[in-house]
Design a protein around this ligand. Structure first.
Ligand code: TRP
Length: 468
């Protein structure tokens, strides 16, 4: 028999492996379109973090100077770590726990659990805030904003009304995640994200016509470079970037486990980071002019919750019908952002339960949702708990998770270059070599420094909650 006729065993083996893997991907779910994946990831990224937290931390951190800084962190740290999550997820086609185990062995599994735990904590309080947002949106539509905004907020922020809206929001999130990757998450994202973009761009244009808005732009866009020299502000910007980009707890890792090999991970990460920043920046173009036009500047930097749920609504109340319309559009946009983000948080937990326990998606989504629903009872009755959960998960667990991703992809994963090069032009290789070194050295050093300043803050928040 001549060489040419003998069946090459390695070829069939590869073919079979591919076929099984494709079948597995099929039953696990996968994105049906590129836009579906991108919009779902952008949906995860764009949320309360962009429209609620970003303007607030910007105001605290020195306006435009902080924005420049934030851009740098987003692109220099955010995109590479996002690509790291993508590389792990697409390579293993598993949710976090299984992915860490498959590549790193048992020793790395605790990081999988850390990711799931972080998801539980974040969604636990995120859903309570989303519940407030839903309530304000409905209020604007059907009743108008009450003049005593502060009192109103105190009434609805905790206790029975907060619990009811939190549970309702979780039920909606569960329903979408139960629908699966393609029919639930992808479809919801394709529908909701374009709506969100239209609403906030429309609002930003409208707001620019309000008299007095100029001062708001000036405040937002005039840099105060003095603030920039402080490392704690840099750390704050980093934590904010991680939260806003949904990094450091496996949300994008999980989403990329439903991805095919043809897409360029670098390009997708760039698009997602750009869209996320775009929405955050636009939110600033919206919030600051409103705040100044309505004479609420005193409220900036008051408290995160205060600016959004007290100052803005009280301003809306003073301008009657116009305020109701503006407020309704604003809170509806915020609600959409919160919902698509919550989907990704629940998906991490759901997908981990499916992969680890082999149960159906329906059972996993409901199980995960009920656990989070119960966990949310705490922040729904105690604002200090809400704050502590935000600080610990957002400022400590996310940078820690990002550090783990950087070290894992940089040092432990066998051939991350091969994984990211799939879907990229060969000419991108030198950039990807640089990417790996960034994950190996620069990102870990930087993130350890960040944790150095945020861990004490986390500790403080926990002590304030439990201590005396
Ligand atoms: N990025 C979302 C926001 O800005 C919140 C979010 C969704 C998130 N999934 C996440 C944050 C995963 C951290 C990790 O509102």
């Amino acid at each position: 028999m001549s060489e040419g006729h003998r069946p090459d065993p390695s070829v069939t083996a590869v073919g079979d492996a591919d076929a099984t893997r494709d079948a597995a991907a099929e039953s696990r779910g996968h994105w049906s379109t590129r836009a579906g994946f991108i919009l779902a990831a952008v949906g995860s990224a764009v949320g309360l973090g962009n429209m609620w937290r970003f303007p607030y931390v910007t105001a605290e951190g020195g306006g435009a100077a902080f924005v420049l800084f934030y851009i740098a962190v987003t692109f220099i740290m955010g995109i590479p770590i996002m690509m790291g999550e993508f590389a792990i997820g697409r390579n293993t086609r598993l949710s976090p726990i299984g992915a860490w185990r498959k590549i790193g062995g048992r020793a790395w599994v605790p990081f999988g659990y850390l990711f799931v735990l972080t998801g539980l904590i974040i969604l636990g309080y995120y859903s309570v805030i989303a519940g407030w947002v839903a309530r304000y949106a409905l209020g604007a539509l059907f009743a108008g904003f009450p003049a005593e905004a502060g009192e109103h907020f105190n009434q609805i922020a905790t206790g029975a009304p907060a619990i009811a809206f939190h549970i309702g929001f979780m039920a909606l999130t569960i329903a979408i995640v139960m629908g699966g990757v393609e029919k639930g998450i992808e479809r919801a994202s394709l529908l909701m994200m374009p709506t969100l973009f239209v609403l906030i761009v429309g609002l930003a244009v409208w707001v620019s016509t309000m008299s007095g808005s100029g001062q708001g732009y000036a405040f937002y866009l005039t840099p105060d470079f003095g603030e920039l020299l402080r490392f704690d502000i840099l750390a704050e910007a980093t934590a904010q970037a991680f939260f806003s980009l949904s990094l450091g707890m496996g949300a994008l890792l999980t989403f990329s486990s439903y991805l095919g090999k043809k897409q360029s991970l670098g390009q997708e990460a760039g698009i997602i980071a750009f869209a996320d920043f775009g929405v955050a920046f636009t939110a600033g173009l919206l919030v600051f002019p409103i705040v100044f036009a309505l004479g609420l500047q005193g409220a900036i930097g008051e408290s995160t919750v205060g600016a959004l749920f007290i100052a803005l609504p009280s301003g809306f109340a003073t301008i009657g019908t116009l305020g109701r319309v503006l407020g309704a559009v604003f809170f509806i946009a915020l609600f959409i952002g919160a919902l698509t983000s919550a989907i990704s948080l629940l998906e991490v937990v759901t997908s981990s339960i499916i992969d680890e326990k082999g149960v159906s998606r329906r059972t996993a989504a409901i199980g995960a949702g009920v656990i989070i629903g119960l966990l949310g009872l705490w922040p729904a009755t105690n604002l200090d708990a809400l704050n502590a959960m935000d600080v610990v998960a957002g400022q400590v667990f996310l940078p820690l998770g990002g550090l783990a991703v950087a070290i894992f992809v940089g040092w432990v994963m066998k051939d991350p270059l091969e994984e990211v090069m799939q879907g990229m032009r060969p000419s991108a290789r030198p950039w990807m070599v640089a990417w790996r070194w960034l994950l190996r050295i620069a990102a870990p050093v930087f993130l350890v420094l960040v944790l150095w300043t945020t861990v004490p803050a986390g500790w403080e928040a926990v002590r304030a909650l439990f201590g005396d």
